[in-house]
Write a protein that binds this ligand. Structure first.
Ligand code: AR6
Length: 202
């Protein structure tokens, strides 16, 4: 497994190396996993949607979630008054097999300096909403890595770090399983490379 610092040196990762690298910890790795496929099929407590600020539906994973949930989801979204970039809101799941949908608004990729705190914030808010609503199993797509243009490896590192910090907090103890549900090979590869550096296998 290449270390995070070797990924920085090779130029594969560009997130700020000044930030403290998480000390790899044993014991949390059974709480995170990755799968490749369609997030709308997952029977979990909550799936996270990569939404837009208007919460008005769209393409990509948002389109897939809206289609599978049925028109009532968009109706509920329309009552929420939108959502800031870096934040998240929760709704019912209607015809989806999960119980709740958490609509997170990731940043349109700009510089890492501007985009990384916003991407991390939408993972943090989503995890808080899950914990507050008793959602113990939560699945995330690779937020912002589609039309919003965030580089996959940088996005994976931001997501994994935020999950790591959240699981260490008291409110994170309620969560039982975080599933990174990737669709494209580039994101599958990014997670395969980075997840074991933060959550090493026992
Ligand atoms: N299951 C899991 N992941 C998926 C699925 C699926 N069914 N379909 C696509 N992905 P994107 P963004 C992956 O573009 O970049 C929408 O129009 C996809 O391969 O859906 O955050 C919204 O309304 C990619 O890795 O979201 C916003 O306007 C990831 O989901 C805007 O796009 C996210 O890609 C948000 O852009």
């Amino acid at each position: 497994i290449p270390s995070i610092s070797s990924l920085y040196r090779s130029g594969e990762l560009r997130s700020s190396p000044r930030e403290d690298l998480p000390t790899p910890i044993q014991g949390f790795n059974d709480k995170v996993c990755t799968i490749q496929g369609d997030i709308t099929k997952l029977q979990v407590d909550a799936i996270v949607n990569a939404a837009n600020r208007g919460l008005r539906g769209g393409g990509g994973v948002d389109g897939a979630i809206q289609r599978a949930a049925g028109p009532q989801l968009l109706k509920e979204c329309a009552t929420l008054g939108g959502c800031e970039t870096g934040s998240a809101k929760i709704t019912g799941a209607y015809n989806l097999p999960c119980n709740k949908v958490i609509h997170a608004v990731g940043p349109i990729f700009d510089s890492l300096e501007k985009s990384e705190p916003l991407l991390r914030s939408c993972y943090r808010k989503s995890l808080s909403l899950a914990a507050e609503n008793d959602c113990k199993t939560v699945a995330f797509p690779a937020i912002s890595t589609g039309v919003y243009g965030y580089p996959s490896k940088d996005a994976a590192l931001a997501a994994i770090r935020e999950v790591y910090s959240f699981l260490k907090k008291p409110e994170g103890q309620k969560l039982e399983k975080i599933i990174f549900c990737n669709f494209l090979d580039k994101d599958v590869e990014a997670y395969a490379q980075i997840l074991p550096t933060v959550f090493p296998p026992t």
